[in-house]
Design a protein around this ligand. Sequence first.
Ligand code: PLP
Length: 211
Amino acid sequence: MNPSNYLRIKNKIPSNVNILAVSKGFKSQEIKTIQNMGQIDFGESKFQEAFEKQLILKDLKQIKWHFIGRIQSNKIRKIVQNFKYIHSVDSFEKLQKISHISCEEKKNPLIMLQIKLSDDPTKGGFKPELLKSKWGEIQELKNVILSGLMTINPKGLSSKENLELFKKCRSLADALQLQDCSMGMSGDWEEAIEAGSTWLRLGSLIFGNRS
Ligand SMILES: *Cc1c(COP(=O)(O)O)cnc(C)c1O
């Protein structure tokens, strides 16, 4: 746990860049500590783990929860019910299902579409060409607010390689007239800011190493 890192980064980033505190693997008490320092947005990647913490923290109504993990189709209803943002929408089929369920639940989640910019087989997402060809259909979907794109860079890239991939994400978002880019984690957030990130997803840098 390293609260001073949180303040150091917060004071260093431009005002249009948001911090998403990624609390997966950390306890609700640790979320409270960071929340007390003024942090509102928290990201979780596993539904069950997140839900347990949301119950404990339910009185902290100002917290905005973001889902950033791989989306299993059978969890979409619960994700729609319990998260304001969904960063990791990696296929058209899942987006359609999120839209359909959001209509039933009378919710309007903010959506970041995950894009695949490298060949890393462990990372999913829309290929840029597919996203462009489906864009008309995507914009027709109801009850989803298309707020931006999200990407996860492969591990082990140089600073320059990270920057190049992040710039691709930013220019695709600009081409689609999307405001947000959810990009940059504890190891590559500085490059992400340089490329035009609006949401840094920071876990270990704020909370310390996960056990
Ligand atoms: C865990 C995670 C993060 C945060 O990772 P750190 O390296 O701890 O900052 C960001 N984004 C996603 C999708 C994650 O799963």
